[in-house]
Design a protein around this ligand. Structure first.
Ligand code: MLT
Ligand code: MN
Ligand code: ZN
Length: 306
């Protein structure tokens, strides 16, 4: 399979419109060796076909489609390579791009869990608004590992797993999590048997989840924050990374420790990176530390062959 990273940043993107943190200021002026990034999304295809699955509909989707001509194959007067959209959660950075896909002639095939369906119908009623345009053909994701297919995308199988992370602030269950607020996805190429695990929002890793990660040939996991108190230290928030559903990379029990325990063959990539994270600076000590651990940092436009 081929995974194209459309957007590797967390909510807000990089640089964030109103932010003058070291990274955001540095990427604007060129003082930091860093690449701008759009908000969180990947596109997954088998090894041969044009059509694939869009994971998350980022607010930056139109820019992402323009930067990737493969997503606009122009086989008809109206066309797209997006056969269906799969949501990992109902957060703004993953769901509001659905508005930008409203010009379809037929309902948009959309996979999401019941709690995400509820968030996007009540707390942030994107789907109720979209019903006045193309509407969606909603398909249920059951986040217990049961497998599903996306019609029009041959040779790929999908299994969703409920994650310990966080629903959006407008969710009725923001402070009382339910399974399916956030999912991780095991994507398997049925021809090669190879698989990738994708989890842009991951607050804690259980032994059962770690087993699933060990089964994958590549993992693309939560790269939001380097430290648990990153936003607090910069005076930008009072909340820790863990309390908003993101396991930091550094420290005891952090993402680096987990990734170190994966089988040697596993490709390890961080995705959904917040603009404050020092790993965005390619000259930083933190970036060098990741390299030592064999961990890659996703950037927009990269294609990962699994
Ligand atoms: C998150 O995953 O916590 C989000 O990126 C927050 C947001 O979109 O504001
Ligand atoms: Mn997010
Ligand atoms: Zn910033």
């Amino acid at each position: 399979m081929r995974i194209t990273v459309l957007g590797s940043a967390a909510g807000g993107g990089f640089p964030q419109w109103n932010c003058n943190c070291r990274n955001c200021a540095g990427v604007r002026t060129g003082a930091a060796k860093a690449k701008p990034r759009t908000q969180s999304s990947i596109f997954v295809r088998n090894d041969v076909d044009i059509d694939g699955v869009l994971f998350n509909a980022s607010p930056d989707i139109l820019e992402q489609i323009r930067s990737h001509p493969a997503l606009q194959p122009a086989r008809a007067v109206r066309d797209t390579a997006i056969a269906g959209v799969v949501l990992m959660d109902g957060q703004i950075d993953h769901a509001t791009g659905l508005f930008m896909l409203r010009e379809r002639g037929a309902p948009l095939p959309l996979w999401c869990t019941d709690p995400v369906m509820q968030d996007l119908s009540e707390g942030n009623p994107v789907l109720r608004v979209l019903a006045h345009y193309c509407g969606v053909q909603r398909e249920r994701i059951v986040p217990d590992g049961s497998s599903f297919l996306v019609p029009g995308v041959a040779g790929l199988g999908f299994r969703a797993f409920a994650l310990d992370s966080k629903a959006a602030p407008y969710s009725p269950h923001r402070e009382a999590p339910v399974p399916g607020d956030n999912v991780g996805m095991l994507i398997t190429d049925t021809a090669s048997g190879r698989s990738a695990f994708y989890a842009p929002g991951l607050g804690a890793i259980t032994p059962a989840l770690f087993d699933i990660m060990c089964a994958a040939d590549a993992v693309l996991v939560d790269g939001t924050f380097w430290t648990d108190d990153e936003m607090i230290g910069l005076g930008l928030s009072k909340k820790t990374a863990r309390s908003i559903g993101h396991l930091p990379q550094s420290g005891v029990g952090g993402m680096i420790e987990w990734l170190d325990k994966l089988p040697a063959r596993t490709r390890r990539l961080l995705i959904h990176i917040n603009n404050t994270n020092p790993i965005l600076d390619e000259d930083s000590a933190e970036r060098a530390a990741l390299k030592q651990h064999g961990i890659e940092v996703c950037e927009d436009g990269m294609t990962i062959e699994v």
